[in-house]
Design a protein around this ligand. Structure first.
Ligand code: FCB
Length: 487
């Protein structure tokens, strides 16, 4: 696929002063070292080792070996020159069974990473949960049960207690949609369940866990810190103007966007839910007071967005609404044929940034400032004879989406930063290592890192946009903590 490209003679317009430029990764996708230093198994270890679960039969056992090569990776970040780096902490490194005392070796790893980032002048942006639930908690119900929300708040308190002196920006969850619905309804992600009620309960318990964790972290907050959540939000346009396709679009919007946006930012459960899940009416998992807990004011919203949706009305896999999984909402996709597709099969349309931000502003007046915490493209990257990856399509994708984001800001959206997904090629969940999103190429045989052309483009663009931004005070604590030097 070839996207139209712009040349260096057309630099991006200037983003507002203080705009944060960064990249993002997630623990299971890059770390490897799955049984080192006391780490317990997570649902992704179990799932990736299940025959047939991962398209390529691969696992995250080694991944990018970031657990051992993290210094080299921070050197890459230094060279890139962005002001921030978004990474996630693996819960099973901190509490191997999801409860109980801190595993000092696990916490020590993240503590050293945070110190190294700060030494490099890079603000650490920490995600507490990027999908790797300790398997021991899944064994007693996982996100279907409310107790997991309490366990999560305890885990958040431990990580925040240890790193809150140096990490200024915290997200509770990455894409709770994927955990609840791809994990518990569609079964394409860990734990691979295909449920109706269980998936709806999971979505709710994730929100409860978010509220409990933010409240607990604020209670022990010692300095200026920001708390938020990252949602994957979808720009949705009915494929045509028929009543059926408009209804499909409403269902999809309820399923992906409103299920989280409404309780978080509008003090209500999603208005469309009776349309989305007509047969699934049991909401016993909702307790009085939950909306207040979930709607705790946030300092920011992280938005991950990659591609547009053009829904059409489709068949339900299960005709009986009471027996459907929560992912069986009778919606298909029919994107305009002229849109190019990425290696993931996702249509490319840069204008999603502007449209999505406009919609959020119009419908959620209480929305806090936004950071784009993920956006990026998988390309068929290969190292060319000259030793470089010439990923012109990725550069065009970045250029287009950033122009659209700039337009959103001009139109009045309060967007404070952008994190490209991802710094490194990595384990793309059920799609395995074949899908490469990185600014840096990984040779999985040697684990050699090779910055791509897009890395140079992003670095030069950041330099042109004012150099390095470190907008959040992230002073390193004077006193080192006991686990800093452990392991
Ligand atoms: C998002 C995930 C991230 C990565 C990208 C491509 O849904 O948060 O881990 O897999 O998609």
């Amino acid at each position: 696929m070839t996207l139209p490209t712009r040349t260096a003679s057309e630099p991006l317009p200037a983003f507002p002063a203080g705009f944060v430029w960064g990249t993002a990764t997630a623990a299971y996708q890059i770390e490897g070292a799955v049984s080192e230093d006391g780490r317990g198994p997570s649902i992704w270890d179990t799932f990736s080792h299940t025959p047939g679960a991962i398209e390529t039969g691969e696992t995250g056992d080694v991944a990018c070996d970031h657990y051992h090569r993290w210094k080299e990776d921070v050197d890459l970040l230094r060279e890139l020159g962005g002001g921030a780096y978004r990474f996630s902490v693996a819960w099973p490194r901190i509490q191997p069974t999801g409860r109980g005392a801190v595993n000092a070796a696990g916490m020590g790893f993240y503590s050293r990473l945070v110190d190294e980032l700060l030494d490099a002048g890079i603000t650490p942006v920490l995600t507490l949960y990027h999908w790797d639930l300790p398997q021991a908690l899944e064994d007693v119900g996982g996100w279907r049960v409310r107790d997991t929300a309490k366990r999560f708040a305890e885990y958040a308190t431990l990580v925040h207690g240890a790193l809150g002196d140096r990490v200024p920006m915290w997200t509770t969850f990455n894409e709770p949609f994927c955990t609840a619905f791809i994990g518990y309804a569609e079964g394409r992600h860990a734990p691979g369940a295909k449920e109706g009620h269980g998936a709806l309960a999971a979505a709710h318990h994730l929100l409860v866990a978010h509220g409990l964790a933010v409240t607990a972290m604020r209670d022990q907050q010692r300095r200026d810190e920001r708390f938020g959540i990252t949602l994957n939000l979808q720009d949705i346009t009915p494929a045509d103007d028929s009543t059926e396709d408009r209804a499909a679009a409403r269902r999809l919007d309820g399923f992906i966007n409103r299920v989280f946006l409404d309780p978080l930012f509008a003090h209500r459960y999603p208005q469309a839910e009776a349309e989305v899940w007509p047969g699934l009416t049991d909401r016993a998992f909702r307790l009085d007071g939950d909306l207040g807990l979930i709607g705790v004011p946030l300092d920011f919203l992280g938005v991950n967005t990659y591609f547009p949706s053009y829904p059409v009305a489709g068949e339900h896999a299960q005709p009986d609404p009471t027996r459907r999984t929560a992912g069986d909402i009778g919606v298909g996709e029919a994107p305009p044929e002229h849109l190019p597709r990425t290696e993931m099969g996702w249509p490319v349309e840069a204008d999603i940034m502007r449209r999505l931000m406009a919609r959020l502003r119009a419908e959620y007046p209480e929305l806090p400032p936004v950071y784009i915490t993920e956006n990026g493209m998988a390309c068929p990257d290969e190292i060319a004879a000259d030793g470089v990856v010439h990923d012109q399509d990725r550069i065009a994708y970045l250029d287009g989406h950033l122009r659209s984001l700039h337009q959103a800001i001009e139109d009045g959206a309060d967007v404070r930063g952008y994190f490209y997904w991802s710094l490194l090629d990595n384990f793309e969940w059920a799609r395995g290592y074949a899908k490469r999103f990185g600014l840096v190429h990984i040779d999985y045989a040697t684990l050699a890192r090779t910055p791509k052309d897009s890395f140079a483009w992003y670095r030069d663009m950041i330099r042109a946009q004012r150099g390095r931004d470190t907008p959040l005070s992230a002073a390193k604590a004077a006193s080192s903590r006991s686990w800093t030097s452990s392991s």
